[in-house]
Design a protein around this ligand. Structure first.
Ligand code: FPP
Length: 251
């Protein structure tokens, strides 16, 4: 991959890395179907793409990687599929956490964990406790997460602080609101990637994506690898982020 950092003249073309990347991992079912297999075969294959993405983020010193593993709407899927996904989360947590910890990765699972099996929740809590002081990469798995859920939670938390006299309503602003969202301790979301060809956010990081760049690829999630991640970063580098200013002001 190093060779990709140099152009023909030998000058350094190292792409600037986004600080915080989020991925909507879509296309597992279609990938499996194309191979004449069950949809769950695609989810299992998708785990290798999760590993590749974490590897890429670590190697390139991306600060935070947030993966959409299970949306609040995914409960509506056939019971068999939901059950395989839950087993897969448990399996991955068991098999990967030590390695993540050894590599300095802080793991957080973000979302409403109340409907999950208590054994799975305990595994999540243990993994978070073990890795909480790591700083190499902040890996967030969004599970039973929804962008609207996150915004409603923040509003409720602020309302409670006002009701208990800890906060003045006039002090509710973008900064204090953000501080009450699920990803408050992370850098702003720079890049949102969606695999699988669809071009929508599907109730993912609604508050956080206000000034993010979007990268949509037809690549199905199990085919997404480190080179695919690099393509997304190269595309990110081609964008001019103006944050409301005009082009001349940001050059
Ligand atoms: C979307 O593809 C994918 C999911 C709902 C599950 C994602 C889960 C994994 C990649 C495996 C485990 C991950 C972790 C972090 C442990 P889809 O099923 O909607 O695909 P389709 O659009 O082709 O039907």
């Amino acid at each position: 991959m190093d060779t990709l950092n140099k152009d023909d003249s030998g000058s350094d073309q190292t792409p600037k890395m986004p600080e915080h990347v989020a991925i909507i991992m879509d296309g597992n079912g279609r990938w499996a179907k194309q191979k004449g297999k069950l949809r769950t075969f695609g989810h299992k294959a998708g785990v290798e793409s999760v590993r590749a993405s974490v590897r890429f983020a670590r190697t390139h010193k991306i600060t935070a990687l947030t993966l959409f593993a299970f949306s609040s709407e995914n409960w509506k899927r056939p019971q068999d599929e939901v059950s395989v996904l839950m087993k897969l989360f448990k399996l991955v947590l068991t098999s990967e956490v030590k390695k993540l910890h050894a590599n300095g990765v802080r793991l957080k699972v973000v979302g409403d964990l109340s409907p999950f099996d208590p054994k799975l929740v305990q595994k999540i809590k243990d993994a978070e406790a073990l890795t909480q002081h790591n700083t190499e990469l902040h890996l967030n798995i969004a599970a039973n997460y929804g962008g609207r859920w996150d915004i409603v939670n923040a509003a409720q938390s602020l309302a409670q602080q006002v009701a208990s006299g800890k906060l003045n309503p006039e002090d509710i602003n973008e900064t204090s609101f953000n501080a009450n969202t699920a990803f408050a301790d992370l850098p702003a979301l720079d890049l949102l990637i969606r695999t699988g060809g669809e071009k929508r956010i599907s109730n993912f990081l609604l508050w956080q994506c206000a000034y993010s760049e979007f990268y949509f690829t037809d690549t199905l999630w199990p085919d997404f690898n480190e080179n695919s991640f690099l393509d997304a970063v190269i595309s990110f580098n081609e964008r001019q982020r103006r944050f409301g200013k005009i082009s001349e002001q940001v050059i």
